[in-house]
Design a protein around this ligand. Structure first.
Ligand code: ZN
Ligand code: ZN
Ligand code: ZN
Length: 117
């Protein structure tokens, strides 16, 4: 006679509310550190860049951005210190990068190249 020991099938619970998993309604938070149901999802922020959910994000303009996206894709404007997407940085002067608002407000295009006309 063979006896095999199997682990009891204990249902998983959502971490926040303690409800049992409905497999089609699991949302992963903080890159999978945590899983919550759609009711609890409202307590978290959705990153406006990668669309994943996080417990902690940084507000950039009117969207929330997660730490990873912020580090990889965003940079601070050298003038107003607000975060801007790296694609949107406007290079000015030597090695400064500013946001569109600062650019419009504080800089103007000067055409150089023609001498003493
Ligand atoms: Zn829940
Ligand atoms: Zn993100
Ligand atoms: Zn700026």
């Amino acid at each position: 006679m063979f006896v095999s020991i199997v682990r009891k099938n204990i249902p998983n619970q959502y971490e926040d509310c303690g409800n049992y998993f409905a497999l089609d309604k699991i949302y992963s938070i903080d890159n999978g550190d945590k899983e919550v149901c759609d009711n609890c999802l409202g307590n978290y922020y959705q990153c406006g860049d990668c669309n994943d959910y996080f417990s902690d994000t940084t507000t950039v303009g009117d969207i929330e951005i997660c730490d990873d996206c912020l580090r990889i894709k965003y940079i601070k404007c050298d003038d107003c210190e607000e975060y801007i997407r790296k694609d949107y940085v406007i290079s000015v002067e030597e090695d400064k990068g500013v946001c569109k608002d600062c650019f419009q407000e504080k800089y103007s295009l000067v055409v150089t190249g023609k001498e003493n006309e």
